[in-house]
Every structure is written in C-alpha cells, then in structure tokens.
Design a binder for this molecule. Structure first.
Ligand SMILES: O=C(O)CCC(=O)C(=O)O
Ligand SMILES: [Fe+2]
Length: 161
C-alpha cells in the first residue's frame, strides 16, 4: 500500500509541475495508519451514520470497500454514492496534501465524505491513511505560492497525530 501511495504522490507531483521525487522525502519511511471499519446493520439507518462527514486529515487515503455500498462524497452541494466496483480502490486526497499552505497549496482539494449504514447488510472497509514523516515541515513549494511573492520564507506545519 505504501509503495502504491508513493507512486500516486509522484503522479500528483507531475500534475502540479513540481519535481516528481519531491514528496518522497516527506513520505519515505513515514509511519502511516491502516484501519478496518465495520458498519453493523441498523434498524433506523436514516437516524444514524457510520462515519460522519469529514475530510481526512492525512495526505492521501487508499480505501477498499466491500460490495455493500455506503461511502458518499459531497460534490456540487449534494451527497453522491461511490458505487463499489469489484477490485477497485478509492483514492482520496487529504488535508496535508490539499489545503492552502499545505503541499499543493490548495491546488488539489480534499473531498468531504461520509459512510452511511443500512438495515439489511453489514459493511466493511479497509483504509490506508498515508501520513508525512513527523519530522518534516509540511509546506508548499515556493512556485506553488504566487501569494508569497516577495516574502522571504514560506511557513509550514508538522502533522500532529
Ligand atoms: O468506510 C468508508 O467507506 C469510509 C471510511 C472513512 O472515511 C475513514 O475511515 O476515514
Ligand atoms: Fe475518511
């Protein structure tokens, strides 16, 4: 999973027009998180949520869901179902990569999502959260920061787990 996430980061760097190896130093040998989620059936699914609406706070998320369905994304002011496709992974970018002043300086966006439950079948997902190394300062490349022109230093932050 970590190797796949690193390759996706390389592609993302190419998309931003920065050195494709740039993000390797942030993520190589970093401690990431893997979690399994189990959503039991619920008699009143409309009154309950599996996971409430959120953006992932890490850099990149790789999610595998079973075929039950329940992941929703919020796009154009509405919730949309992410239909499970056998063998497919869902790739989500998180705040460390997406927000302003983070790695892409807001050029990439993190996506609000949630998981809903149903009354007939329990659901499982397996999620890999790629996090940056704790000792790395998260900040965008200077050329992604037109608003910083004329400033000496681009400030950054450390990811707190
Ligand atoms: O189980 C899902 O489909 C979503 C889980 C999720 O968003 C998370 O664990 O951050
Ligand atoms: Fe999430």
């Amino acid at each position: 999973m970590h190797g796949l996430a690193l390759s996706i980061m390389e592609l993302s760097a190419i998309g931003l027009g920065v050195d494709r190896m740039l993000y390797r130093e942030f993520f190589e040998d970093a401690v990431s998180i893997m979690r399994t989620n189990l959503y039991p059936t619920c008699q009143e699914p409309n009154l309950s949520l599996g996971t409430g609406p959120h953006c992932d706070p890490n850099a990149l998320t790789i999610l595998h869901q079973d075929l039950v369905g329940g992941l929703d994304v919020f796009v154009d002011n509405k919730w949309h179902k992410v239909r499970p496709i056998p063998g497919a992974l869902v790739i989500n970018i998180g705040d460390v990569f997406a927000v302003r002043k983070a790695l892409s300086n807001g050029i990439y966006r993190s996506c609000l999502h949630r998981a809903v439950v149903n009354s007939h079948k329990e659901r499982r997902s397996l999620v890999f959260f790629m996090c940056p190394r704790a000792d790395k300062l998260v900040k965008p490349q200077r050329n992604l920061c037109p608003q910083m022109r004329g400033h000496k230093k681009v400030s950054g932050f450390h990811m707190v787990r």
